[in-house]
Design a protein around this ligand. Structure first.
Ligand code: ADP
Ligand code: ZN
Length: 763
């Protein structure tokens, strides 16, 4: 087994479709490049034994001896080289698992790029990108088809055979193609035994074929509804159409305020692509995959495939196949739909570009926006990023002219942006008495209900109260396994850890000092709901958070009842902050704008701005004007002030000056290493030794190493957590440094670690 560094192929040399039998004398010297689902940067080489040569192409899985284990390990063949004799004796592959490649050459290259840019193994990326249902061929079964042998086909009429066998042969000769055994028996008017006999004689031959059983009939399209684009929409779409027509890669940042009609711009561009018989991928956050969104696309395009997280393995496999055969024009889905195997991709749209759910928080820790950028670049097609509140990473690229900025600063039909009132609640009498709804918000709610409007209240904390506190010893109740205080969930009657789902019923007394009577501090959505019900006992109100919305479909049902006006007050977590379009909403309340602001996170201000702007986007969308109340204890905070003025550009300008001063993103890239283990001294020692290795190599190339230090959540699920950060202006420099250092990291033992490139989650 020979290991080489990852540079076996540069991206552009990766063989797209090299068939070994097309090369003379290849058989004896064919070598497969294989990667495994392991955090290793290497590609491993194996001899392809003669009988397997014809069966193997890049993109298929194989089994090969690996490491010290006795059982061969499954891996992915990522390349085949022919003709050169390898420098060393290589082991042989033992099996080819798949009959056909699971991914094509372009997708292989993309997964390689992801491994390089997220610092994980190529095999890990492939394992994650190919859906389980595709790997196990879920929802298919193998059928046997029968036909005449070539020899029999030419001279079956002269053959001397018993009558029944003759009938079978005649039936096959007259058929337009191979037949299933039952159909053949019926056609020939006999049982299966004459057929078996003919098979034994070699006159009838069989072939196996795998067929889909799950169907993915696309629902009939909804009636078509055309809108005349306004001037701003036309201007934005013209730029995108020009890139499509010129077959050029460009990234467009479509910065349009909420309600400016961005979706119509996407659909105009997709129409163009579909007219060229190419496909478009539309990426949206999972929570925006509502029936409303899907309906909008189905009303415009005939062949729309929706990849949501509730698909079974068999359904996912069927969709994958259908997309790969080119039977779908538009693929809509969350993050992982960026890998949809469209044969002639013409455009990628990523809506709500600022959404952190586009970043995957398990290996491979990729950001769908960056993967989309690379996929679009390599295929020479445009990428459209749309949002009302761009991330500063994307904004800075547009400011520097690397990407094209398209602006739609006004709502459609001249609807005004809703006025946003910042309410200082530090001296509010109701809040002092322990309520969550202050005087101004209460009055605004009463007024909105009087005018027969609907209300949305947003609170980013679930449960009844986020802290259970003992007044005798002053201690909050903590999870025994995590460095996290327990949240009181009144309805379920448990105190719950939001880090690990630990729950306890023993909350009557303090676990430390046994004093009775714990106090509930702070307000979550459950407590807010109780407060609303006591303030407005006759008004139908609905809470949406992950506790009430766990059942499949409950989310959609809840939104429908709000749309139809049965529910007047909708309250919930971020689940309700995004993308919803309800024309009757005249009041939006942000119950506590400070929950995000006080996170120790370099993006806390940016997230606060986004939160207020997105929530504000939920009102004033119909003919009725709307308004927004933001409750805060920091009314002068610049992000809150800018959001109240709807001034993204002003916010970005100030925030970027600040970020540049401290070299925070987008002015640098970061690799964050998190180490975890059951014994704190081991974790400390390991990460300190690792930091030393990194520092030694980093200093000469100007890379900064910060830490190590305990993580914000210093203990989770019984494990102690430490982290460090490696930072540099150039991502390439950072990645190169890491790859050269990681071979020298000390052995982990019980300490395990993860690396996250350009992390969004800093906890
Ligand atoms: P965004 O995605 O920017 O928030 P949408 O695309 O959802 O905005 O559009 C907001 C609303 O305006 C939708 O109900 C949409 O049907 C409507 N709309 C969009 N463009 C037009 C237009 N040119 N004329 C009339 N209504 C429009
Ligand atoms: Zn816990």
């Amino acid at each position: 087994m020979a290991a080489r560094q990852a540079s076996l192929f540069t991206n552009d040399e990766l063989p797209e479709n090299l068939l070994p039998w097309e090369i003379e004398g290849a058989a004896s010297r064919a070598v497969a490049d294989v990667v495994f689902n392991r955090p290793l940067p290497q590609v491993f080489q194996y001899v392809i034994p003669e009988p397997l040569v014809d069966l193997l192409q890049p993109g298929q899985r194989v089994r090969a001896p690996f490491g010290r284990g006795d059982r061969p390990l499954a891996g992915y063949c990522v390349g085949i080289s022919i003709g050169q004799s390898p420098e060393r004796r290589l082991k042989s592959l033992v099996e080819v698992i798949d009959r056909e490649p699971l991914v094509d050459g372009a997708l292989l290259k993309l997964t390689r790029w992801i491994a390089d840019h997220t610092l994980c193994g190529w095999g890990q990326v492939l394992e994650s990108v190919v859906p389980a249902g595709v790997k196990n061929r879920s929802g298919t079964r193998e059928l046997v088809y029968l036909s005449l042998s070539n020899d029999a086909r030419s001279r079956w009429q002269e053959m001397k055979l018993p009558a029944k066998q003759k009938a079978v042969v005649a039936a096959l000769a007259g058929a337009t193609g191979p037949l299933r055994i039952d159909d053949l028996a019926e056609l020939a008017g006999c049982g299966v035994s004459p057929i078996q006999t003919l098979r034994d004689k070699g006159i009838v031959v069989s072939a196996r074929q795998r067929e889909m059983q799950t169907t993915t009939a696309l629902p009939a399209a909804d009636p078509r509804r055309d809108l005349k684009l306004n001037v701003l929409q036309l201007r934005a779409s013209e730029s995108i159409l020009a890139a499509i027509r010129a077959a050029e890669h460009r990234t467009f940042l479509l910065h349009g305020v909420t309600g400016s009609g961005k979706t119509e711009v996407y659909m105009r561009a997709i129409e163009e692509v579909v007219a060229y018989r190419r496909q478009a991928i539309v990426l949206v956050p999972e929570i925006s995959l509502t029936p409303q969104t899907i309906r909008r696309f189905r009303s415009r395009f005939d062949r729309v495939s929706v990849l949501h997280s509730h698909l079974s393995d068999a359904e996912r496999h069927a969709h994958w196949r259908q997309i790969a055969t080119g039977d779908v024009d538009v693929v809509i889905g969350a993050r992982s739909a960026v890998f949809a195997p469209t044969p002639h991709l013409g455009l990628i749209v990523l809506d709500e570009e600022h959404e952190s759910s586009f970043k995957q928080e398990t290996t491979p820790r990729y950001h769908a926006r960056e993967v989309a950028r690379e996929r679009a670049r390599s295929l020479n097609v445009p990428l459209v990023l749309g949002t009302a509140t761009p991330t500063l990473e994307s904004w800075q690229r547009a400011v520097e002219g690397k990407d094209v900025l398209l602006s739609m600063p006004e709502r459609v039909a001249r609807r005004p942006m809703p006025p946003v009132v910042v309410v200082d609640i530090r001296n509010d009498p109701y809040i002092r008495q322990g309520g969550a709804i202050g005087r101004a918000l209460l009055q605004a709610m009463q007024q909105a209900l009087k005018d027969d409007g609907q209300i949305i209240l947003f609170l980013n904390v679930r449960g009844y109260s986020p802290v259970l506190w003992c007044r005798a010893c002053g201690e909050p109740m903590r999870c025994p396994d995590c460095d996290i205080s327990l949240t009181w969930h009144k309805q379920r009657g448990v105190a719950l850890c939001h880090g690990c789902d630990y729950e306890t019923l023993r909350f009557q007394q303090c676990p430390k000092c046994q004093a009775p009577g714990l106090r509930h501090l702070g307000t979550g959505t459950e407590r807010l709901e109780a407060e609303i019900r006591s303030r407005f006992p006759d008004v139908p109100c609905l809470r949406m958070d992950s506790d009430t919305m766990s059942a499949r479909g409950s989310h959609d049902a809840a939104l429908e009842s709000f749309r139809h006006g049965q529910v007047k007050i909708l309250l919930g977590t971020q689940m309700i902050a995004k993308g919803l379009d309800f024309p009757q909403v005249t009041l939006v309340g942000v119950v506590d704008a400070d929950t995000v602001l006080h996170q120790p996170d370099p993006r806390a201000s940016e997230r606060t701005f986004q939160l207020i702007a997105q929530v504000a986007g939920r009102t004033g969308r119909g003919d009725r004007a709307g308004r927004v109340l933001v409750q805060t204890c920091c009314p002068d905070q610049p992000a809150i002030q800018a959001a109240a003025r709807h001034d993204f550009i002003g916010f970005a300008r100030e925030e970027l000056i600040h970020r540049q001063e401290v070299l925070a993103p987008p002015f640098s890239h970061t690799a964050r290493l998190v180490a975890r283990g059951p014994r704190e001294p081991d974790v400390q020692a390991w990460i300190q030794a690792t930091a030393n290795v990194l520092r030694e190599l980093a200093a000469p190339v100007g890379v900064r190493v910060r830490g190590p230090a305990p993580c914000q959540i210093a203990r989770a699920k019984t494990l102690f957590r430490y982290h460090l950060q490696v930072q540099h202006e150039s991502l390439e420099t950072l990645l190169t440094l890491w790859r050269s250092a990681e071979g020298r990291f000390p052995p982990g033992g019980e300490v395990d670690s993860i690396v996250d490139v350009d992390p969004l989650n800093m906890r």
